[in-house]
Design a protein around this ligand. Structure first.
Ligand code: AMP
Ligand code: GLY
Length: 415
């Protein structure tokens, strides 16, 4: 089978890597891909949101399966467009992807179906939102209702901070015109529970945890994620069962009942609070960088899973016992402004796996080309071994404009 992967980051590199382990795959294309992906797939210069161009490419090349990475492609309606053309594609329709693209849709669905999450109210009027926040305890959680590349959530400690955020979101339409959801503040360790979902069928993946802050000790600004690992020692099998039976399965069922059955990866961003496990957010796709530590642990043929989801038949997932821990190498300055075009050396010395997040080839040279540049995955019998393996490989990579966190997994080591 010929397969097309849409996207060009670390997540898509991990998907391409998993596909390349399948005996059923004859050729992999990736649009647009990156310099690392180019070693395992043919990269095609089509943007991930150029939906019709992607469809025409798939028709012309006889692609048997397309896998969607990023949310922007889902929100652009790539799945609807491919399905209308009779093409097999892995991912939710635009209507089903609202579980991620609209916070209000997600929150109302959870309220209607009794899914545990933070209490909330939605606002469109700045003055009403401000008065509501002023009458409540701080910190206040303010979420812009729509895709904002991870920058639409503000945890305000003071009224002044909350007011500035509400002005940005509701008066100045900084992210576009929209609503704001104001939530109760929750506390506890966060974790990512991704499931393959096909209508009412739900196949859980192994758990992972992301690290959002830029610097060691969970300090500094929020980022797209600076590292991840799997498994999670502080989440018990009972927690996992609760999350599956009380959260992921009922949401999959609810989407069917609501007339927008979900197909693809349903990602629960969950928090283990003193009052039990609650939903922070849902995503309608593989997490990044969680995918880069989860898919290497998948023993089953990923093509069987993608096809089972797309066609609605049954399958089984098997996992490796080893632990994975991955460290992001990011451009200095990220998540603020940063330079591109710095040469990366030493990649051939690496013993584990390196997924490229933002790189570009220049002849034989590999150059930095994004905020997050590389994701280095270590493996081990336990997380401590995986951590040591990842850091050994990080030290082999030479570039004068990259930084990384050294404490990925600290949650697991402290507990
Ligand atoms: P989201 O985009 O909804 O995942 O929010 C981004 C981050 O903000 C989450 O990963 C949490 O760390 C934090 N956050 C979101 N909602 C809450 C909440 N209700 N209480 C505490 N922290 C939150
Ligand atoms: N790692 C968080 C996300 O993919 O949204």
């Amino acid at each position: 089978m010929k397969v097309l992967v849409i996207g060009g980051g670390g997540r898509e590199h991990a998907i391409v890597d998993a596909l390349s382990r399948s005996a059923k795959v004859e050729k992999i294309y990736c649009a647009p891909g990156n310099a690392g992906i180019a070693r395992q797939a043919e990269c095609v210069a089509i943007r991930e949101t150029s939906v019709e161009e992607l469809r025409d490419f798939a028709l012309e090349k006889g692609i048997g399966l397309t896998v969607v990475g990023p949310e922007v492609a889902l929100a652009a309606g790539v799945v609807d467009c491919f399905k209308a053309a009779g093409l097999r594609i892995f991912g939710p329709t635009k209507a089903a992807a609202r579980i991620e693209s609209s916070k209000e849709f997600a929150k109302e669905l959870m309220a209607r179906y009794n899914i545990p999450t933070a209490g909330f109210r939605a606002f469109t009027e700045y003055a009403e939102a401000r008065d509501y926040v002023a009458g409540r305890p701080f910190p206040a959680v303010l979420k812009y209702d729509g895709l904002a590349a991870g920058k639409g959530v503000v945890i305000a400690q003071t009224m002044a901070e909350a007011d500035a955020a509400l002005k940005d979101m509701l008066l100045d339409d900084k992210f576009g015109e929209g609503k704001v959801v104001i939530e109760d503040y929750l506390e506890g360790p966060e974790f990512s529970f991704m499931c393959f979902v096909s209508g009412r069928r739900v196949w859980p993946m192994v758990l992972a945890q992301d690290h959002k802050r830029a610097y060691d000790g969970d300090k500094g600004p929020n980022t797209g994620g600076m590292g991840a690992y799997s498994p999670l020692p502080f989440i018990t099998p009972e927690d996992e069962r609760f999350a599956l039976e009380r959260i992921l399965q009922p949401v999959a069922d609810a989407m069917v009942t609501e007339g927008c059955p979900f197909e693809g990866v349903l990602y629960g961003g969950l928090m283990k609070t003193a009052q039990g496990i609650k939903v922070i957010e849902f995503n309608a796709r593989f997490g990044d960088p969680e995918t880069e530590v989860v898919l290497p642990r998948l023993k089953s043929d990923i093509v069987d899973i993608f096809c089972a989801v797309a066609e609605g038949f049954d399958t089984q997932l098997e996992w490796h016992d080893f632990a994975t821990l991955g460290v992001v190498l990011a451009s200095k300055g990220y998540p603020g402004s940063y330079e591109k075009g710095h040469e990366i050396k030493g990649l051939e010395q690496v013993e584990g796996t390196v997924y490229h997040m933002g790189t570009k080839a220049d002849g034989d040279r590999i150059l930095t080309a994004g905020g997050r540049v590389l994701f280095v995955v270590g493996r081990g019998r336990d997380l401590a071994e995986a951590h040591a393996a990842a850091l050994r490989d990080v030290a082999r990579i030479k570039c004068d404009n990259l930084f990384h966190r050294t404490d990925i997994g600290h949650w697991a080591f402290e507990k």
